[in-house]
Design a protein around this ligand. Structure first.
Ligand SMILES: NC(=O)c1ccc[n+]([C@@H]2O[C@H](COP(=O)([O-])OP(=O)(O)OC[C@H]3O[C@@H](n4cnc5c(N)ncnc54)[C@H](OP(=O)(O)O)[C@@H]3O)[C@@H](O)[C@H]2O)c1
Length: 289
């Protein structure tokens, strides 16, 4: 591991073991501006062209071929260790089959960080929340039986119906927590974040993508911070008609007057191919031009 600090202005609230603090620097979150919802961060890896997935190349759609970095893998675990819960979109789960076809469990691999979360931060088993409007989720995937994580599904009324009938067919009633927030297949994101904070005590939430889910959060001004790993490679466009390689920012569109800005909180790097940005949401800026 060769993670280097270039700059940090982070809060210093977490009791990091000394050698981790020497490697990463201080780490903490500010007091949340909106106490009705969790403090929400996101974490993505992207290429120089902003793209986050070799989408149409089966078996290579996930973040790994974009990342190719031990430091990035460690930082992902570092962030997972510090958040009460993680959130992923249903397409990410569907498109990342893992070589054995049963998907990933999105757990912390680094043993030291797993113990730090458990014994020092006492944040409990990792909660991984999967967001799906359709309810088209294969509940036999690894994430739903892994002892490392507790998987919940967040959906709306139609999705819940679909899920419950699948779960009943498999004889797995009562084994997966489902939260239904919204009518039809549309989940109300603001209501979800309020529910997570107020009914389930989730104070920090890490959005791990994909771009569509993240973009919806950004549009709803629900993003407080972005952790971005920049891999110095170019992904380029898909060659298959009708399939785009998404950027990390999904389907958002702004003008110079509405474009949200982010402030640099920390910058790390690992020579010679990676930089790691921590950015805090500020919103549109005013210019006299
Ligand atoms: N580079 C990275 O760090 C990184 C990180 C994560 C993912 N990825 C890649 O990104 C790709 C997937 O990203 P994506 O943007 O296509 O998909 P995504 O954001 O993972 O998931 C989109 C899905 O989330 C659900 N959803 C989103 N907004 C919703 C709303 N308001 N109401 C109800 N449901 C909603 C829908 O599920 P239903 O279809 O079930 O209704 C929708 O199809 C994959 O290739 C993945 O490997 C890369």
């Amino acid at each position: 591991m060769d993670l280097q600090i270039c700059y940090t202005a982070s809060e210093d609230t977490f009791p990091l073991p000394r050698h981790i603090k020497e490697r990463y620097g201080p780490f903490g979150f500010p007091a949340p501006a909106d106490a009705r919802r969790p403090y929400i961060s996101s974490n993505f890896v992207m290429g120089l062209d902003g793209r986050a997935s070799f989408r149409e190349l089966e078996g290579r759609t996930d973040g790994r071929p974009v990342s190719r970095s031990r430091e990035d893998r460690w930082l992902m675990d570092f962030l997972r260790a510090h958040h009460d819960a993680q959130l992923i979109g249903a397409s990410t789960l569907r498109e990342e089959p893992n070589p054995d076809g049963r998907g990933w469990d999105y757990g912390i691999d680094d043993e030291e960080l797993r113990m730090y979360r458990q014994d020092i931060l006492r944040l409990g088993r990792q909660k991984v929340l999967v967001l799906s409007g359709s309810g088209n989720i294969d509940v036999t995937l690894r994430i739903f039986s892994s002892p490392r994580v507790e998987a919940w599904i967040i959906t709306a009324r139609e999705g819940q119906k679909n899920l419950l009938s699948q779960i009943k067919r498999l004889g797995r009633e009562g084994t997966i927590k489902i939260l239904s927030v919204g009518e039809g297949t549309r989940v109300d994101f603001v209501a979800v974040t309020h529910l997570l904070r107020q009914e389930h005590g989730i104070q920090t939430l890490l959005c791990e993508g994909g771009p569509t889910l993240y973009g919806e959060f950004l549009k709803n001004q629900l993003i407080d911070e972005d952790f971005r790993t920049m891999s110095f490679q170019v992904l380029g466009e898909s060659t298959k008609p009708g399939i785009d390689r998404p950027t990390a920012y999904g389907q958002v569109s702004y003008t110079p007057g509405t474009a949200p800005w982010f402030r640099l909180i920390s910058l790390h790097y690992a020579l010679p191919y990676h930089a790691f940005f921590r950015l805090r949401y500020e919103g549109p800026r005013k210019f006299q031009d």
